[in-house]
Design a protein around this ligand. Structure first.
Ligand SMILES: C[S@@+](CC[C@H](N)C(=O)[O-])C[C@H]1O[C@@H](n2cnc3c(N)ncnc32)[C@H](O)[C@@H]1O
Length: 280
């Protein structure tokens, strides 16, 4: 797939509907609080709890400049700014998500410290050595060339800066994952590497491992709770259905089955660019 085809496919999977209008409608055209948005604006299995855990793992401190790669509708970026005092730049390939992220951030009065820009993680539109932390949750599964991605991340990190990552990786069972998942409707947009290959690629990009946690069991439990709640009560008005256009029930069920069957594992990790790294 060429880059235009790839950009179109990511936008078609996540966006291509007027998400901002839909969110305003679902909120009943009133301004919401950040806590009310949490039911849908953190688009990864562990929600705000896992964002806090990753922030702890990377020792995020007030004033740090963070780049969120694949920032979605901006929930994690707002959490890092509101709760940890970080300044956050979000980058996402999906146009509708970027628009919705700006709209929600303005709605809760946080636009001064949290910005969003549309762009591709494979060509980060930033100068070398700019960020204290590069952050990415449940995004690299959509990114085919992870060697290039990790090299780009290292380039924009300050020497001594950290890369904080959560992602699903290929599980020990091997074989294909069950689709649709939240990140892909089919294998066309899904690029999962094993943990071993992922470590190799990070190291090859000049990043050194600091923390590596397997959070599969916690994510499976989250997916189980979500699947059970869905059966009991159906779609919640302000749940995942706000930002996911179709097949939400199947996607929840497949999160659970893919984890239980060893088709995916989930990790929370921190890598660092050496403090004495010369040049970019
Ligand atoms: C499952 S969502 C996670 C969003 C956000 N990180 C969160 O946890 O709330 C994955 C996001 O990755 C973005 N994405 C996928 N491929 C990308 C790329 N090559 N460059 C930038 N963003 C990308 C998608 O548009 C989508 O918003």
């Amino acid at each position: 797939m060429g880059s235009a085809g790839y950009h179109g496919a990511v936008n078609a999977h996540y966006g291509d509907f007027d998400l901002s209008a839909r969110i305003r409608e679902m909120l009943g055209r009133r301004a919401a609080t950040r806590d009310e948005l949490a039911a849908f604006d953190e688009f990864h299995t562990g929600g705000r709890t896992s964002t806090r855990a990753l922030a702890d793992l990377v020792a995020l401190a007030p004033g740090m400049l963070v780049l969120d790669v694949g920032s979605g509708v901006g929930g994690p970026a707002r959490t890092l700014a509101a709760e940890r005092g970080a300044r956050v730049a979000g980058l996402d390939l999906t146009r509708d998500f970027c628009r919705a992220a700006r709209m929600l951030t303005a709605m809760i009065g946080m636009s001064a410290g949290v910005t969003f820009q549309q762009g591709d993680a494979l060509a980060l539109p930033y100068a070398d050595e700019r960020f204290d932390v590069v952050w990415s949750q449940n995004t690299i599964m959509n990114i085919p060339d992870k060697g290039r991605l990790f090299a780009e991340i290292r380039r924009v990190l300050k020497p001594g800066g950290a890369f904080a990552l959560e992602a699903a990786l290929a599980g020990p069972a091997g074989g294909e994952v069950r689709y649709p998942t939240f990140w892909a409707g089919s294998a066309e947009l899904s690029f999962l590497d094993t943990p071993g290959r992922t470590r190799e690629l990070l190291l090859g990009a000049g990043l050194t491992v600091e923390e590596w946690e397997d959070v599969t069991a916690a994510n499976v439990e989250q997916a189980r709770q979500r699947a059970t709640a869905r059966r009991a009560t159906g779609a919640r008005p302000l749940g995942r259905d706000v930002i996911v256009r179709d097949a939400v029930t199947e996607k929840i069920d497949n999160s659970l089955r893919n984890g239980l069957e060893g088709r995916i594992v989930a990790v929370r990790v921190v890598y660092r660019k050496p403090a004495d790294a010369g040049g970019a």
